[in-house]
Ligand binder design. Structure first.
Ligand SMILES: *Cc1c(COP(=O)(O)O)cnc(C)c1O
Length: 378
């Protein structure tokens, strides 16, 4: 162990440098081409990446934009909801989801998540439905899809829109009871993803995309992302300026070819953790739902008996990073106090916030590093 510590650089949550080094020549070539052509906004690489991503995911239409948060905002704007309309989502997620609902004058309404999967507890949808409920945003947290069959059935029954937050789950799939298989982001009316560098398909800056099945809705999303305009200097609606840079599209085209390999690498690391932590007395391993595959954006443990902080400390002293996603559920955040929720309203989210711990999870983890991490956890 001592020699391992000395040989080993600190193990980070992600290793973007190592990942770049393996595809450096391809990336550098793609970048050079963009520099030479100097079509930095809406260059040809943007359109081709959109097509490639549509092919990969099976989405009818892909509209790229500036980041995952913008993707969510544009998707919601495309639904033409009215101020005060209610959008159901979960409080155990990254803040972006709720932020955009609020910014658009809509009302976030929370349901709790399931302890096992960290995803929306569909049994609670009934309890929050009102006349004003217009949409549901399921978040496919940590790389595993929410129970989309149930969510879509509920939405059909009450005529609601479904906007998937697939920012952490690109490439994850759901198997429906009719045998069909669909990718994260392509099941709802709209789906959103992020190309933030540490996401499963990350670029070298900010980027995002919206998946749309309906042609008219896709045209609307594209128009909104382009200042509400389909023809230059003619503005049909109030829009935003949100674009994927040509440079980022060129990078993403290269990296998309490796996404399946990246997912395999993540799954391999996860199964190593799974086996090694099988009989661990004080951590619970992440569960996998039977209807969804897992792309392990995060490998997230639950630490029992208040052992999290001790575990984090001990990992840290061994040069191993770990992180808490997310330490405070959104209904208890200062910014969202105005919604009127209280401690105790979402007991599962609150319990998870106090015990979750994510381990290093990326495409460059090798067996020595994994063995070293696991030895420390034990
Ligand atoms: C990353 C993320 C976002 C936002 O994506 P950005 O590209 O950082 O704006 C939204 N929702 C979830 C669940 C995310 O993980």
């Amino acid at each position: 162990m001592r020699s391992l510590i000395m040989d080993m650089k600190a193990i980070q949550m992600v290793d973007l440098q190592g990942q770049y080094q393996r595809i450096k020549s391809e990336i550098d070539l793609a970048l050079q081409q963009v520099l030479d052509e100097a079509r930095f906004i809406n260059g040809p690489q943007v359109a081709s990446f959109q097509q490639e991503l549509a092919l990969y995911t099976g989405a009818q239409h892909v509209v790229t934009c500036g980041n995952g948060t913008d993707a969510l905002q544009i998707a919601l704007m495309a639904l033409d909801l009215k101020p005060g309309d209610e959008v159901i989502t979960t409080p155990f997620t990254f803040v972006a989801t709720v932020e955009v609902i609020t910014l658009l004058g809509l009302k976030p309404v929370f349901v709790d998540v399931c302890w096992d999967t960290f995803n929306m507890d569909v049994r609670q949808l009934d309890t929050v439905l009102t006349e004003r409920t217009k949409a549901i945003i399921p978040v496919h947290l940590f790389g595993q899809c929410a129970d989309m069959e149930e969510i879509l059935a509920f939405a059909r029954k009450y005529d609601l829109f479904v906007v998937e937050d697939a920012c952490q789950a690109i490439g994850s799939t759901v198997r429906f009871s009719d045998g069909s298989i669909k990718q994260a982001g392509t099941m709802g009316h709209l789906g959103c993803t992020s190309f933030f560098p540490s996401k499963n398909l990350g670029c070298y800056g900010d980027g995002g995309a919206i998946f749309v099945q309906d042609e008219e809705l896709a045209a609307r999303a594209r128009q909104i992302a382009t200042h509400g305009s389909s023809q230059k200097y003619h503005h049909q609606r109030i829009g935003v300026n949100s674009r994927l840079d040509t440079i980022q599209a060129a990078i993403l085209s290269v990296k998309l070819k490796y996404l399946n390999d990246y997912t395999d690498a993540r799954r391999k690391a996860a199964s190593f953790y799974d086996i090694a932590l099988q009989n661990h007395p004080s951590v619970e391993r992440p569960a996998t739902a039977d209807f969804s595959s897992h792309v392990y954006h995060q490998y997230t443990l639950k630490c029992m008996n208040g052992c999290r902080e001790k575990l984090m400390e001990s990992l840290k002293s061994a040069g191993i990073a770990s992180a808490i996603y997310y330490p405070i559920p959104l209904h208890l955040q200062e910014a969202y106090a105005y919604l009127g929720y209280h401690k105790g309203d979402f007991p599962v989210s609150e319990a998870l916030a106090s015990c979750v711990l994510s381990l290093p999870m990326h495409t460059e983890l090798d067996e020595n590093q994994l063995k070293y991490i696991v030895a420390h956890l034990k």
